[in-house]
Design a protein around this ligand. Structure first.
Ligand SMILES: [Mg+2]
Length: 172
């Protein structure tokens, strides 16, 4: 019933989204959310670990990009050191920003992954746009005020999704 809100995959961290995994899925582009997916909302720029991760993706021929609902300055400051293409004020879960980004990248949507920490923005947007959605466990328990109220219901949906996955792997 709520399948449209289910991610295709749920990972504990972006670092589990390795070049090998991305390639095994037949994908070549990753569309990242920033806040609480890559860094907590108060961290302005990627640290060395994150930069090394982006470099490892790029060295494997994977395009790294950002789709954020935040203001322009947030995306611009975060993306500039590694020259990551981005779309800000994306309006997720609506797909208008996603479509802008896909166009900008010249990407093939069937080879794109969207990776984010929120069901009601990132996963829903990806699912509506026909993009392989990966839910990433939030990096910090601290959320911005606008996100907080959604976390309770999100937890319920994630639990339903995990139960369904368990039934699937048990062959039921
Ligand atoms: Mg987020």
């Amino acid at each position: 019933m709520l399948e449209f809100l289910y991610p295709k995959k749920y990972l504990m961290s972006v670092y589990e989204l390795t070049p090998a995994l991305i390639k095994s899925l037949g994908m070549d582009t990753v569309i990242f959310d920033i806040d609480n997916t890559l860094v907590p909302y108060w961290i302005k720029e990627p640290d060395d670990k994150l930069k090394a991760y982006f470099t490892s993706l790029r060295n494997s021929g994977i395009t790294v990009s950002v789709l954020s609902n935040s203001r322009e300055e947030r995306s611009m400051v975060f993306c500039r050191s590694m020259d990551i293409p981005y779309v800000y004020r994306a309006g997720k879960p609506l797909t208008c920003g996603l479509e802008r980004l896909i166009k900008k990248l010249g990407a093939d949507r069937s080879r794109c992954i969207i990776a984010g920490d929120q069901i009601f923005t990132d996963v829903w947007c990806g699912n509506m746009g026909g993009i392989y959605s990966v839910l990433i466990k939030q990096v910090s328990p601290k959320d911005e005020w606008i996100t907080k109220p959604k976390r309770g219901i999100e937890k319920i949906i994630v639990n339903m999704y995990l139960k369904k996955e368990m039934r699937k792997s048990a062959g039921k």
